[in-house]
Structure formats: C-alpha cells, structure tokens
Design a protein around this ligand. Structure first.
Ligand SMILES: [Zn+2]
Length: 480
C-alpha cells in the first residue's frame, strides 16, 4: 500500500534541530516513510500518474528522479497537503487512560495529590472491563485529535473482584488505531500495610509478577515498528514494597522491556520516602537498580542537583507533565536544568483526572510557559518544546523509528490546516512558533502506521459523539 502526501510544509527535527521545509512530498510504503523531499516543480498533487517526488532513499542518498523515483503511482493514494503543516506524530509518555471516568470530579477539584488519590481510589474501586475500555477509547480519541500517535498508558489499579483487565486498553488501542506503550502497573501495599490505596485495590506480589510475565509473553512486540509494547510500572513508592520494585526490575530486564513509575512528584512523597525508607525518591530508586536507559520516570518535580546528575549519568528518562503538576499544585519540574545536563525528557499529559484533557502540543506549550515562569523568557525555546513532544518522547520510549519525518521512520504523521484561524498570522511568520506558542487547532488528518485515523478533523475509526455519550452514561451511573 503506497500513499503520497504532496506539497506540504514539513516541520521535523534534523540534526537535533527543528527545521521547516516547504513544498515537500512524503512517500509512504507499507506503513513506513520511503522518501521525503521537495515536490518536483510542475507536478500537481491531484495528478497521480507521473507524480515524481524527489528526496532521499532509506540509505540517505539523493534519489535521482529519473532512476529511483517511485514508479508511476496509479495504485497510490494521493493526499494533497499544499495547505497543511505536517509534523511527526506526537508522543505522549505518561497517561492513565481510564481516568477520563473521573475528570472534573467535584470533590477533588482543589485537592493535592494524596487527598486527590484517597478520594479517587474510592471511585476507582468500581472499575470494570467496559468502563476501562470506554474511558481508554475517549482518552486515546482526544490524543489522536491533538495529533498524538503514540501513547503510554499506566494502568495500575485492578480492584479485587472486578473484571477489569489489562486487555481492555489493548482492545481500545487496536480499535481506535493508536500505537501504545501499555504499562502493566501494580499496587501491593494497601492501607493496612501503611500504603495509600485501600487494600481491595491492591494485588499480591505473586499475582502481579505472574501477570506481568503473562502480558509480556502475550503482547510485547520488540519490532522497531511495533504497535504494542509492554512496559512494567509499579505505581509509586507509597503503594508498593521495595521487594516488588526489586523483583519487577529483575523481570523487566530478563524480558528486555522498559520500566516506568511515578517519582518525586510531591513533597508529601518525599516525606513518605524519608520516613519509611530513609531516602528521598531518586536515591531510593537508585538503591533498587531503578535508574538506567530502560527506565522512564513520570514527574521528577522535586529533584536536587545530585538527583539530576544521577538521571543524566544513568541515562534515565523523564516524562514531564506540567498541567498535572500545576493542577495538583505539585510544583515545577526543573526541565531546563535537566535538558542542560543531558537528561532525556518527553511530554506526558498524565491521567485525565489531573489534567483534565489530553493534548500533547498544548502540554508542550505549557512546559515552555512554566519553565519561563520559573526561570525567565529564555528558559525553554520553541525548538526545545517541539523536541519534547517528538524526538524527546521517542527517546524516552527507546523508539528509533518514531518522532521524525525521514526515510525509514514509521509513517506516523499529523497534518494541521494552515488556514485555521488559530494559526493565522503566526504561520506566515514562523510555522514552529504557530505550533508551539499558539493554541494548535484539531489535527485535520492523522496517520498511524500509514493508516488514516483522523480525517477532516474527525476520528475515522469510531463515532466520537457516540463514544462521548457512552462515557457520560457510565460516569453518571457509577463514577460521580
Ligand atoms: Zn500519573
């Protein structure tokens, strides 16, 4: 299956810097970008026959249009992109997709993390398979419409007696057509053991580790273009034991999957760790071999210089969630300092109960603004914010084929209309600024793995209004 996207303005990262390339043609073959290059003058996007894009081959050499251009493309789908900005499919490195069930919940609109969690656990005890799947579809639908094509999901709550299953999220991702890093999360220390969650929202450590091994075996795909990867993700220091930390990392390393958890999100967490384990969160994780190139940590708000050095030295990545940190009053993560030290950072929207929306470009914009609140107008540039949402996220996930528009990359692409009012003026000045400083509109078209999943600003795989009504019904009946 071949697709040709013709005449668009591409914004992507090349040689570590964002570039804006006008009048580009992208050729996609079987879900992979085959070539990217200037549209040949005189070619008309609507004239499929004889349409010959120039560019680079997968090996990086220039394509000679007379010899190497794709053959006349009678069999190709042609997408006219002369009115579009095209960016790499955006990457979301931290989410709890089920939490659209409890967004906007009145009791916790003004709560900090521990109080927020304590109330929400009582709601999440009612999770079941249908609720998790419907909520996941809603959260992923929102992400796709914002131009995000790959998401994390951190599902860590499996209430006792519930039919909620890890598979609910995978089914949702397949139905809606999104690439996913699905974390098998866990909680093992309930209130009776000094933890935060109610006991009936936890599982035994044997149950957890057995199921972690099962889902890796059943669903993890190590292929560079995989649509599904499984990561292992104990929830947080206040809901698991050190033994589960130790055993989970051993299992992940045996199976060669990534590790993920929340870390250094609030000062309450820091106090809890000091009191219970005698160490702050990052040194605690270090003690349990939880730092490394195969680890990504959500939040990392309360870090000192030694913590940042440790993340940089070990290659540990960070999922930065500025809206959630602002919503819960958790603090400002020192992202500019982390980047200056060489820490890998991606963007996370976090769960829909602490954001309360899923828009990766908006989140990257918020990252830029929040760093500037803390450190002045030069703290984070549009180029850095764009990197966070694209190659930063790909690096967090150790995905070499995501986050860029160039030959051999996965065909995950987001197209925004340049004549949208939200871009007017800015797009004529600087398309990168239009994307990162303004409020980007809904994506007009989104491709994941070469397949169109958003067209004309609408999800093509599901009826989004029907989906919203289904979630509202579930929420009214059981989650408010
Ligand atoms: Zn989270």
């Amino acid at each position: 299956m071949k697709t040709i996207i013709a005449g668009g303005t591409v914004v992507t990262v090349r040689n570590d810097q964002p570039v804006v390339l006008e009048n580009q043609t992208i050729v996609i073959q079987d879900g992979v970008i085959h070539s990217v290059g200037p549209t040949e003058s005189g070619s008309e996007p609507q004239g499929a026959a004889g349409f010959r894009p120039r560019g680079r081959s997968e090996e990086g050499r220039d394509l000679n249009p007379d010899q190497d251009a794709p053959s006349p493309c009678h069999d190709a789908e042609i997408i006219d992109a002369r009115n579009h900005l095209i960016v790499p499919g955006l990457i979301n490195t931290h989410h709890h997709l089920y939490q659209s069930l409890t967004r906007g919940l009145i009791e916790v609109q003004n709560a900090e993390l521990f109080d927020w969690l304590t109330v929400l656990y009582q709601k999440w005890r009612h999770l079941d398979r249908q609720a998790v799947k419907t909520a996941a579809m809603v959260s992923m639908g929102e992400l796709l419409l914002s131009g995000c094509t790959t998401t994390n999901d951190h599902l860590y709550i499996f209430p006792q007696g519930s039919d909620a299953r890890f598979e609910s999220v995978l089914e949702a991702a397949e139905t809606i057509g999104m690439r996913i890093h699905a974390c098998r999360g866990s909680m093992s220390v309930g209130a009776s053991g000094g933890g935060l969650p109610p006991d009936d929202c936890t599982q035994t450590e044997d149950e957890i580790l057995t199921d972690c091994a099962r889902v890796i075996e059943a669903y993890h795909n190590p292929d560079p273009y995989a649509m599904v990867r499984i990561d292992l993700a104990p929830c947080s220091p206040f809901s698991i034991s050190p033994e589960l930390l130790r055993d989970t990392q051993a299992l992940a390393r045996e199976k060669e999957v990534l590790l993920h958890t929340h870390a250094a999100e609030t000062l309450d967490e820091e106090e809890y760790c000091l009191e219970k384990f005698g160490k702050r969160p990052i040194p605690l994780l270090h003690e349990y071999q939880w730092l490394g190139r195969d680890v990504y940590l959500a939040h990392c708000v309360h870090l000192d210089d030694a913590d940042i050095d440790l993340l940089a030295e070990t290659g540990t990545s960070v999922a930065h969630c500025p809206c959630s940190n602002m919503r819960l009053g958790s603090g400002i993560a020192p992202i500019a300092r982390m980047l200056a030290k060489g820490v890998t950072v991606g963007i996370g929207v976090d769960g829909s109960s602490s954001n309360d929306g899923g828009n990766v470009l908006a989140e990257a914009r918020q990252a830029l603004l929040l760093q500037r609140v803390q450190s002045g107008a030069t703290a984070l540039s549009t180029a850095q914010a764009f990197r966070l949402a694209t190659v930063g996220g790909a690096d967090v996930f150790s995905r070499t084929k995501l986050g860029r528009i160039e030959p051999s990359m996965a065909a995950d692409l987001t197209m925004f209309r340049m004549d949208d009012l939200a871009f007017a003026g800015a797009v004529a000045q600087d398309p990168l600024a239009a994307l990162m400083l303004g409020h980007a509109p809904r994506a007009d078209r989104v491709l994941v793995n070469g397949k169109t999943v958003v067209q004309d600003g609408r999800l093509v795989t599901v009826d989004e209004h029907q989906l919203a009504r289904e979630l509202n019904t579930i929420v009214r009946e059981r989650f408010r």
